[in-house]
Ligand binder design. Structure first.
Ligand SMILES: [Zn+2]
Length: 292
């Protein structure tokens, strides 16, 4: 049996085994996403600095493989992680949440990203079975997770993640994958436009910038892949999640104090909801407003 046939056989005869494999696959991808979350913004900053110092420096040329080189190490002491200290979630628990060399605490974010990615893979297979849709769902889920974490860390969303994802969504629709091209174009334009409009109104009323350009582009990604319907669900989800978080923050901290809260993570969260549950939610909503 070829590899695809083996997968199909597992799917038909041992779905639990296939779901477990999907989970393990997701955990491994999650481990890689952690690397992207930490190294990509650092690398972009480095390129920026090099350019400010004039011309392309040696660092830019040598740093092409920044996602693989240097191998995983402790950010505190530089201790290189042997493979058994680099197993998703398990190593974190076995090492007692500390670096084996310098005993510095390991951020809870690492196992959380791994667990979430594992769950995204499991949910994609569970929800969309063996299909192109499950691959798209998992890919978008991973992208949104990375963007949410980077935005939390740095209050920015790298163009290098959002722009290719917009074009890829439009190209995919043109090739008959996912939604129809008309929806992809309308979705992308509306995503960018609606948030730009909300931001202008907000800026006019408060003299402050509310939603950054990175968020407009993220909304365009969502629109390009999910169309106007998915975009609407994402935005509703984002504003709902944002309001809930705002209420919690207001309750937890002194009132009236303004803290910069990135919108990207909420938009990314809304995007995940729309990817995985969008069609179900739309159906449920239609049944609600138009009962038979
Ligand atoms: Zn260490």
């Amino acid at each position: 049996m070829s590899f695809p046939e083996q997968i199909l056989w597992l799917y038909q005869h041992q779905p639990a085994v296939l779901l477990a494999l999907a989970m393990v696959f997701g955990l491994m991808i999650g481990s890689f996403l952690n690397v992207v979350i930490v190294r990509l913004p650092a690398r972009l900053e480095q390129i920026d600095n090099d350019e400010n110092e004039g011309g392309e420096s040696a660092a830019s040329a040598a740093g092409k493989w920044f996602l693989i080189v240097p191998p995983s190490h402790c950010p505190g002491c530089g201790h290189r992680l042997p493979w058994y200290e680099n197993i998703p979630i398990a190593s974190y628990l076995i090492l007692g949440r500390k670096c084996s060399s310098c005993r510095a605490a390991i951020s809870l974010r690492y196992p959380m990203v791994e667990a979430l990615t594992g769950f995204l893979a499991l949910a994609a297979l569970w929800h969309f079975s063996l299909s192109v849709d499950s691959i798209i769902a998992f890919g978008l889920g991973c992208l949104f997770l990375v963007i949410a974490c980077i935005d939390l860390d740095r209050l920015m969303i790298p163009d290098v993640l959002s722009l290719p994802a917009i074009w890829l969504g439009l190209a995919a629709s043109a090739m008959g994958i996912g939604i129809v091209p008309k929806d992809a174009i309308i979705g992308a334009v509306c995503g960018y436009g609606v948030l730009a409009l909300i931001n202008s109104i907000y800026a006019l009323l408060t003299q402050r910038q509310g939603i950054g350009r990175g968020d407009w582009k993220l909304a365009a990604v969502i629109g390009a892949w999910l169309g106007p319907q998915g975009l609407t669900i994402s935005l509703m989800g984002a504003f709902l999640l944002g309001s809930l978080a705002g209420l919690v923050l207001m309750a937890a901290f002194a009132q009236g104090r303004r803290t910069a809260v990135p919108f990207g993570p909420f938009l990314a969260g809304g995007g995940v909801i729309a990817v995985y549950f969008g069609p179900d939610l739309a159906q449920w909503y239609m049944a609600l407003i138009m009962p038979r």
